[in-house]
Design a protein around this ligand. Structure first.
Ligand code: UD1
Length: 418
């Protein structure tokens, strides 16, 4: 495993272009399987999860070209095959292949998807939604099998607005004849961009971004092209770093609406945020102040992906933050490492209480998941002395050129391959 070495306590100045969104690109890659044609994804980030999805598509005999930031996927000759553990284990995003593979091939068998250990992450909502469309499924400890040759449209009500389950249901519905209504759907920007792609491919969709989505399909989809939005979690990571370290940073390519709840939090903590066109300017000239209370929730609420990253900022802010994690039960695994750096964090069930300290101290810490590792980088950038972040390979799953970008902003940070 690689490590990141940071000599912290430096202000950040300059500009960063935020790359395309991982969570927007992965479902479009999965959906490409359905059109038996060509899908073009522009602004596609070259990160490990995207490469892992590319590997699966190539295993299924799709042709994939990925140059600069443009991915071209040809699914004309895709073949139905069982997806073994080595393909599905690297990332949770493999679960969103269930819907597209089911409607393209009539059945799908895949090893249980892996990914970050941030909670139990069941798939019941995905599978029961597909069951409403006529599929049947069987799950063992290791495998998931779903079958359904004659699927039909229906009304689907999700028991929770799961992002992945909404994506699987919308994708499957787009290939059916007629109208499917999905209630209590997830409202994340990634759902909106997936629906945009499916519309370009021939489905008629209304309500994307609201809790009720209707999808009218015609039994087939055609070739389509999409430009991925900027990654709102990556943008949030840079904004959190400026809030913790001080300085002023210009983030290019950001859709402000997608980052709203996070911007509310950092402005509440004292950062000055100016928005111009598709860019966000973040300035911080003093120690951050803690908000009293934050809770994570489905979009547009505060994102669980930003939870550990905001803990790093809160750890050196003035005052006390009480934070409630409502989405993933194992998202607090970074807290003990922050404590090792001098943070005062008490975890009780799904609550973290953070009493801000004047400063954090660099030391050796270990990333436990993708966003937790990013949180440790943010903590290291704002800490005094040297921080070594082990398990740094997690960063490659979601961030392009993170160390180079922070270096250009004035940080002393190095990636070291072990
Ligand atoms: C997606 C994102 C992830 C983000 C999460 C929540 C991708 C690739 N990943 O993950 O970065 O943190 O949304 O915004 O886009 N649940 C069930 N049964 C299910 C499905 C989910 O109980 O069938 C539960 C989960 O355990 C969790 C909650 O619903 O508690 C939210 O999960 P979900 O929205 O499905 O997250 P993902 O799609 O896995």
């Amino acid at each position: 495993m690689s490590r990141i070495v940071i000599n912290g306590d430096r202000r950040l100045y300059g500009s960063v272009a935020v790359h395309g969104s991982k969570n927007a690109v992965l479902p479009v890659m999965a959906a490409s399987l359905m059109n038996q044609g060509i899908t073009v994804i522009r602004n596609c980030p070259d990160i490990a999860d995207v490469r892992a999805m590319q590997k699966i598509l190539e295993f299924l005999e799709c042709k994939v070209q990925f140059k600069n930031d443009c991915m071209i996927i040809d699914t004309v000759n895709a073949q139905s095959k069982e997806l073994k553990e080595e393909l599905t284990k690297p990332f949770r995003g493999s679960s969103i292949l269930i819907g597209p593979m089911l409607v393209r091939f009539g059945s799908v068998k895949l090893a249980q998807p892996g990914g970050c250990n941030i909670g139990s992450r069941p798939l019941d909502i995905h599978l029961n939604s597909l069951k409403r469309l006529g599929a049947s499924w069987r799950m063992t400890q290791d495998y998931i099998e779903v079958e359904g040759v004659h699927l039909t449209v229906n009304d689907v009500i999700l028991r929770f607005p799961s992002v992945g389950a909404t994506e699987n249901t919308v994708m499957a519905a787009a290939m059916l004849n007629g109208t499917t209504t999905i209630s209590n759907a997830a409202k994340e920007p990634e759902i909106v961009s997936l629906c945009e792609y499916l519309q370009k491919a021939g489905a008629v969709i209304t309500g994307a971004g609201t809790e009720c989505i209707t999808v009218t399909g015609r039994g087939r989809l055609h070739s389509a092209e999409i430009i991925a939005d900027a990654d709102r979690i990556v943008a949030g990571t840079y904004m959190a770093a400026v809030t913790a370290c001080g300085g002023s940073v210009f983030l290019e390519n950001c859709k402000i609406g997608d980052c709203r709840s996070f911007l509310d939090v950092i402005t509440g903590m004292g950062a000055k945020v100016t928005v111009k066109d598709n860019a966000i300017f973040v300035e911080m000239d003093h120690r951050p102040e803690n908000l009293n209370y934050i809770q994570t929730g489905p979009y547009p609420e505060f994102s669980t992906d930003m939870q550990s990253i905001i803990l790093s900022v809160a750890a050196k802010a003035e005052g006390v933050l009480k934070l409630k994690e409502q989405i993933f039960e194992n998202r607090f695994k970074t807290a003990p490492w922050l404590e090792k750096m001098g943070a005062d964090i008490k975890i009780e069930k799904d609550f973290a209480v953070v009493k801000g300290r004047e400063c954090l101290n660099g030391c050796e810490v270990t990333g436990e998941d993708l966003r937790g590792t990013a949180a440790l980088v943010v903590a290291g950038l704002s800490a005094q002395g040297t921080t070594i972040v082990h398990n740094a390979d997690y960063i490659k799953r979601g961030y392009m050129n993170l160390c180079e970008n922070f270096r250009r902003l004035g940080a002393d940070i190095q990636w070291e391959d072990n």
